[in-house]
Write a protein that binds this ligand. Structure first.
Ligand SMILES: [Zn+2]
Length: 430
């Protein structure tokens, strides 16, 4: 009886084995042709280029006359467009929407935040941002979102995620809207050296790619001021040393002058916001090679639409204190040669509008090319991903965007990308 059963199944087993040996349609070969290509490393626009993509990576780049197209390759001719690397935003909150700030945020569950993140991941990718660094989310919703994107369950950019941002009790990264009897504290709250070290380890245990902590007060929080330092220099040093020991980079939310200096001297990898930076902070950041991630677009949105969106009067007053000073400080830092990585704080303003910051960066001291380099080569360096994203070079992921016209002349073209590819897959084609 047993043998008879085997005979019944053997042909189908063999068919399965044969099927498994059939060549799969991958790696798929795609030839992207365009009249122009921005070489972000050389800082030049090249004419009549072809990018050969095999599977998820770039195989070859060069003048179309010198890159033969293999038979069977799909050819995508982008005509007169300019190709450039997929853009990188080093400061987003995919699981947050602006209208859900303040008291309304208290009614939004962690699972709901993850689903909000799924919506925003798609919007961000379609806007040409093929990689983001998510710096702060509740309940590890950002790590779930990253894993869902990586599994192909939802469309989105490549995501490096921090998990909950570390912060002091009652600080910017705590939640101060509830009365004491609710006994609520945010996931990332940790005070004192043993606790901050344990919190770094806990975030890494659950999959954090980097560590984010709040060195100073902030705008969208109750009962604190952006200029005030929150973690002590000793706590900052402990967070950074432990994260680095475990192979993770560290981002410090720091508006305040002293917080910028102390986090930089403790060896942080990037200063987020940097609003009240002074000459001493600029010198320290230059000396340590620390990146400035200045989110200098969102003041337009916060001041223009913040009231309708529902930001509290207290938060709007704080933005009035730091908004223009941040832009002026950004210009000074950029002119002094502080390393700049593109980061916008998307979530404070609607996701998908990320590229609106390019024009503001140009207004405040960068050339269009330097602004694009901040969102490609430099952001990739900050993320520790220079080996895989940030330029159109063989071996890198085939993450590319195309715009009509020359973005090194008109950086606002990046607000309307006409073509997006991530990992060799076409995401958007107009
Ligand atoms: Zn932020």
């Amino acid at each position: 009886m047993r043998w008879k059963w085997m005979y019944l199944w053997l042909p189908s087993l063999m068919a399965c084995a044969l099927f498994a040996q059939q060549p799969t349609p991958y790696p798929q070969t795609v030839a992207l042709k365009a009249a122009h290509l921005l070489d972000v490393r050389a800082g030049r626009v090249l004419d009549e280029q072809t990018v050969l993509v095999v599977g998820e990576r770039i195989e070859k780049v060069g003048p179309s006359a010198e890159v033969p197209i293999p038979s069977g390759a799909r050819v995508i001719d982008l005509g007169s467009a300019t190709l450039l690397p997929g853009l990188i935003d080093a400061h987003v909150h995919l699981t947050d929407d602006p209208q859900d700030s303040g008291f309304r945020s208290l009614g939004i569950s962690v699972p709901r935040q993850a689903l909000i993140g799924a919506k925003n991941a798609r919007l961000t990718l379609e806007a040409g941002f093929t990689t983001v660094r998510n710096v702060g989310a509740s309940g590890y919703s950002d790590l779930a979102l990253r894993d869902a994107v990586n599994a192909g369950d939802v469309p989105g950019p490549r995501i490096l995620a921090s998990g909950p941002a570390l912060g002091i009790t009652g600080g910017h990264c705590d939640e101060n809207l509830l009365a004491p009897e609710f006994q609520y504290r945010a996931d990332g709250v940790a005070d004192g050296l043993p606790s901050v070290i344990a919190k770094v380890r806990e975030n890494i245990k659950y999959g954090a790619d980097l560590i984010k902590f709040c060195a100073s007060g902030g705008v969208f929080s109750k009962g604190d001021l952006p200029g005030t330092e929150q973690y002590s220099p000793a706590e900052m040093a402990a967070i950074i040393a432990e994260a680095h020991r475990l192979g993770r980079k560290v981002a410090a939310h720091a508006h305040g002058t002293q917080a910028i200096i102390d986090a930089t001297e403790a060896g942080v990898d990037s200063i987020e916001h940097g609003s009240l930076i002074d000459d001493k902070g600029i010198r320290a950041m230059k000396e340590h090679g620390t990146y400035l991630v200045g989110d200098i677009y969102n003041d337009d949105f916060i001041m223009g639409e913040g009231k309708q969106v529902g930001f509290t009067e207290d938060n709007l007053a704080k933005e009035r204190m730091v908004g223009q000073r941040q832009r002026d400080g950004f210009r000074k830092a950029a002119e002094a040669g502080v390393k700049i990585a593109f980061g916008t704080d998307a979530g404070v303003y609607p996701h998908g509008w990320n590229a609106r910051q390019f024009a503001v960066m140009v207004k405040y001291g960068l050339t269009p090319l330097a602004a694009i380099q901040a969102a490609t080569l430099s952001a990739a360096d900050l993320l520790g991903w220079s080996d895989r994203v940030g330029s159109i070079e063989p071996g890198k992921f085939a993450d590319l965007v195309a715009v009509s016209g020359d973005p090194t002349r008109d950086v606002t073209l990046l607000e309307h990308v006409k073509f997006v590819m991530k990992g060799g897959q076409v995401v958007k084609e107009q």
